[in-house]
Design a protein around this ligand. Structure first.
Ligand code: MN
Ligand code: MN
Length: 363
């Protein structure tokens, strides 16, 4: 049993549970090494108290699971089975308390599980998993660095296609083509390229807008590689830079750098957010920084912790998250500069290394 499974097994003992059922596919990967997307089919890692853990997978995934999973007790269900009936047959006859990921279950699936397995109490293991995941191991940090290296190369290649008249969506296609070509599993979220006034929409959708001289051009992209996500934003100027664009850019950059400098163990998430916000307010753009500073990053592209002004949770060595202040001025454009950082015993390591000084792309 690996160390992560051991932690869950200990939790079962301490909390007097009869079993824990893990159904978030990324958690199955995290705990066993078996990555899959079961779509609507049931995928579960089951840890019955005092017994060997087992996987219950769709029959078509049995071979893949046997190859990848450190848990070698593997049961299957077919498309004509009720997965919950199969599960019932694999669990002890009498069940009291079961731990599940409450954030993952839909009401209808939960009702089906409940009526099938006949346990009387269900409790949440969400916090347990969250606390395990939030501190990254050396191996995980290595995988995240690989995902960062890859996406930075994608951005370098994508920038070569920037020219006046090229559309946002053409650049998205080029970036996602390069992701695949360089071996990424997938984008870690829908790639964002926004130009001109559209760059002022933090969640804008790339379309057929053409790049014009004088635009701010914002790229926000990430990849999954070996199950770990990267996430980077850089903003450029096209052809020329106005005074206001430069002021906005410098305010965001100062905020980004101040936040990075504030990162170290035992400071609050809120204090890191404040470090960026204070600098951007001092630059006169506080009201245009209308979202949190960042989010945890790992096997999910958005995970714990949420780095915002009311999160008093303390940073710990081994946490990884984004620092992504932005200023969005309607009609003018937006700037966001996003880095991925690791909290170290001595302070911070910035995983992203793409240059941050304002770059004017040729016309
Ligand atoms: Mn991003
Ligand atoms: Mn992000």
């Amino acid at each position: 049993m690996n160390n992560r499974l051991k932690q869950i097994s200990d939790y079962i003992e301490q909390n007097n549970l009869d079993a824990v059922i893990i159904t978030v596919p990324r958690h199955v990967y995290y705990l066993t090494g078996f990555a899959s997307d079961p779509h609507e089919r049931f995928l579960g890692l089951i840890l019955p108290r005092g017994e060997e853990p087992f996987l219950l997978v769709p029959a078509l995934d049995a071979e893949a699971a046997a190859q990848a999973s450190s848990v070698q007790r593997i049961h299957t269900h077919s498309d004509t089975d009720s997965a919950y009936e199969v599960l019932r047959g694999l669990l002890p006859a009498s069940l009291g308390s079961i731990g599940i990921e409450t954030e993952h279950w839909t009401v209808s699936r939960f009702e089906e599980l409940k009526s099938c397995i006949g346990a009387s109490r269900f409790s949440s293991v969400d916090e347990l998993l969250r606390d395990m995941r939030v501190i990254k191991s050396e191996d995980e940090i290595g995988l995240m660095k690989d995902a960062v290296t890859l996406v930075e190369e994608v951005l370098r290649r994508g920038l070569q296609k920037v020219a006046v008249g090229v559309t946002e969506i053409e650049l998205v296609a080029e970036l996602e083509f390069q992701m695949k070509k360089l071996g990424a599993q997938s984008p870690s979220f829908s790639t964002i390229v926004l130009t001109g006034p559209a760059s002022a929409l933090p969640h804008g959708v790339p379309g057929t807008r053409k790049i014009s001289r004088g635009d701010l051009l914002l790229f926000d992209l990430g990849v999954y590689l070996n199950g770990y996500a990267s996430d980077i934003t850089r903003t450029f100027a096209v052809g020329e830079v106005s005074e206001e664009q430069r002021r906005i850019y410098n305010a965001v950059l100062a905020g980004n750098e101040a936040a990075i400098q504030a990162v170290r163990p035992d400071v609050t998430c809120a204090s890191v957010d404040a470090a960026a916000r204070n600098r951007i307010e001092a630059g006169g753009y506080g009201t245009y920084f209308n979202h949190r500073l960042g989010h945890g990053l790992g096997i999910d592209v958005h995970e714990y912790p949420s780095v915002h002004g009311r999160n008093e949770a303390l940073l710990k060595a081994g946490m990884t998250f984004t620092i992504e202040p932005g200023v969005y001025v309607p009609g003018v454009g937006g700037v966001r500069i996003e880095d991925d950082v690791l909290v170290t015993a001595g302070g911070v390591e910035v995983l992203t290394s793409f240059p941050k000084q304002l770059t004017v792309l040729g016309d």
